[in-house]
Design a protein around this ligand. Structure first.
Ligand SMILES: NC(=O)c1ccc[n+]([C@@H]2O[C@H](COP(=O)([O-])OP(=O)(O)OC[C@H]3O[C@@H](n4cnc5c(N)ncnc54)[C@H](OP(=O)(O)O)[C@@H]3O)[C@@H](O)[C@H]2O)c1
Length: 333
């Protein structure tokens, strides 16, 4: 029986980092305790950054390396007592595609400490339709709930609304009864889609992507910001007394200039959200809540399934803001 399988590998070719589709054998995989037949991976914004070296931080830190920050699949072999053959599992981040081989391959060998059990209510395909983007949206929603913001406190702003984090955030917030305002650069194209997910109002990206005053009218009880830059600064200036801004992304820029005023006069909290190295207990809590809250019918409207060979093309499109919702990669297609 052939031991070869397909993978997208980052390598230095003529001193330029490139991700390319290639064939590997099990001898190319690391010596980790849990062996997984990968079913699906995804294309996140970070996968685009990894593929094209646009990131403020270097993503693949060693090469050659299999790309893909997420995977879902089935355990085939395990030398760890927590995992058995047949278990349905997923991994988000934890250095996949940075320091460890990732999900763009038909086979993976994984450190058992990185693995989450896929909740019964969620299929392996849906797990990757959620992926790192959706799990990060859940981390933002948990931070908002833990801060004590309730639906009756007022509107919640989601920026970069048409993307992976944004679409899952709208789905989750509306399921919890929050009034969601979506900020998008593609209002004409995606306005109805975002309303279908549960946004009650859509605003143009440009309304926030400008130099704000130190404080502006109190508008948002909470914010989920995927964009950074002036959008984040404007969102902070418009957040209500004792509100919270959860900040997870940089599609509009890694730098931002703000004022201390909203923090010292309104007690606004700025909460950085990290999905990559979040401890396992936080991940488990996030995935359990995702299984409880997320509307899977709405999720089905937000993703397409693509073969492994399309990853480089999709990685380029996501960096250009041309992907709507989520892309699931069927590594066996
Ligand atoms: N902190 C973490 O652990 C973590 C985890 C996951 C993701 N992230 C980050 O969160 C961000 C979103 O990730 P994602 O996977 O959801 O990406 P995505 O699917 O590409 O969505 C990002 C959205 O941002 C908007 N956008 C794109 N280019 C923009 C620009 N130049 N200026 C303003 N808005 C722009 C677009 O929405 P509209 O067209 O609707 O405006 C786009 O759909 C990324 O920066 C990613 O790296 C961080």
């Amino acid at each position: 029986m052939s031991d070869t399988f397909n993978a997208i590998v980052f390598d230095n070719i003529d001193d330029v980092k490139k991700g390319r589709l290639t064939e590997l054998t099990s001898a190319d995989l690391p010596d980790e305790k849990v062996h997984v037949d990968v079913a699906y991976s995804t294309v996140n914004f970070k996968d685009g950054l990894a593929m094209f070296e646009h990131s403020p931080v270097q993503i693949p830190q060693t090469m050659p390396l299999i790309g893909g920050i997420d995977l879902s699949g089935t355990v085939t072999e395990s030398a760890d007592s927590n995992w058995q053959a047949g278990d349905r599992v997923l991994v988000n981040g934890y250095g996949l595609s940075e320091r460890h081989d990732g999900g763009y391959a038909q086979k993976a060998r994984i450190n058992p400490d990185f693995i989450i059990r896929v909740p019964d209510a969620i299929s392996l395909e849906q797990a990757m339709a959620i992926g790192t983007a959706g799990y990060t949206a859940m981390l933002c929603v948990l931070a908002i709930e833990d801060h004590g913001v309730k639906p009756e406190d007022g509107k919640v702003l989601v920026t970069g609304a048409s993307g992976g984090v944004g679409t899952v955030a709208i789905n989750l917030l509306s399921a919890l009864g929050y009034e969601v305002v979506a900020s998008s650069g593609r209002v004409a194209e995606n306005g109805d889609f975002l309303k279908g997910l549960g946004a009650s109002e859509i605003i143009e990206r440009d309304e926030l992507a400008r130099d704000p005053k130190a404080m502006e009218a109190e508008t948002w009880s909470a914010v989920i910001d995927c964009v950074g830059g002036n959008t984040l600064a404007s969102a902070i200036a418009q957040t209500k007394y004792a509100g919270i801004v959860t900040m997870c992304g940089l599609t509009g820029g890694a730098d931002f200039k703000s004022s201390v005023i909203p923090f010292i006069l309104r007690g606004v909290k700025l909460a950085g959200i990290d999905s990559v190295m979040a401890p396992i207990e936080i991940r488990q809590r996030a995935w359990e809540r995702l299984a409880e809250i997320l509307d899977l019918n709405k999720l089905a409207e937000t993703y397409s399934v693509e073969p492994l060979e399309n990853v480089p093309d999709l990685a380029g499109k996501i960096l250009q803001g041309q992907v709507k919702g989520r892309v699931v990669i069927d590594v066996n297609a």
